[in-house]
Write a protein that binds this ligand. Structure first.
Ligand code: ZN
Length: 191
């Protein structure tokens, strides 16, 4: 396994629409190795998720995993999930304000409105059908990662740019209030 370099905002690969994979491509040794690298790179960087274009491969694959993440101590755990060609469908009009950051946007966070409940349809890395409903903070994580496949970065969705903050100032000035909101979401959705 190889830890890959992460593309940062400004690199054109983050602004492309990534392409779908065929089942044959997914089954190939190259793609399976790539998925191992994607997971390893996400874990190494303490990311809650990582999308293939963030490591310079414009294909529709995302990995998500949250396990007592030091970058996001308030996030509920999400088991390792690899989604191939994901299609995300909001199940409600209701949104919540999520404080987001991104490995491709060093040292910046901002508030993004995310749907509280989404349905995810995709393949897993073996090509099996995935059809799951994700709620609360975890739903925000999947929306963030799937946005990358369409060339979208969280800063594009920050409606109030006055919420933008460095990580240090997030911890100093914004984290306590956000953790309270996050706890209410976790209490309601368990995730
Ligand atoms: Zn991101």
């Amino acid at each position: 396994m190889t830890i890959r370099k992460i593309a940062t905002i400004g690199h054109p690969v983050l602004r492309e629409r990534s392409r779908e994979l065929t089942r044959e491509e997914l089954a190939s040794a190259d793609t399976q190795r790539f998925i191992d690298d994607l997971i390893e790179t996400m874990r190494d960087a303490n990311g809650a998720g990582l999308a293939a274009p963030q490591v310079y491969e414009p294909v529709r694959i995302v990995a998500v995993e949250v396990k007592k993440n030091p970058r996001y101590p308030y996030k509920p755990d999400i088991p390792l999930t690899v989604l191939v060609n994901p299609v995300l469908e909001p199940l409600t009009e209701e949104k919540f304000d999520n404080y987001e950051g991104c490995l491709s946007v060093p040292n910046l966070r901002g508030v993004v409105a995310r749907f509280t409940e989404v349905r995810l349809r995709a393949w897993d890395r073996e090509g099996r059908e995935v059809d799951q409903v994700v709620k609360g903070l975890s739903a925000g994580t999947f929306q963030h990662e799937c946005d990358h496949l369409d060339g979208m970065i969280f800063v594009d969705r920050v409606a109030d740019t006055r919420t933008l903050t460095t990580w240090g100032d997030f911890e100093r000035y914004h984290m306590a209030a956000f953790v309270e909101r996050a706890k209410a979401l976790v209490a309601r959705y368990g995730g």
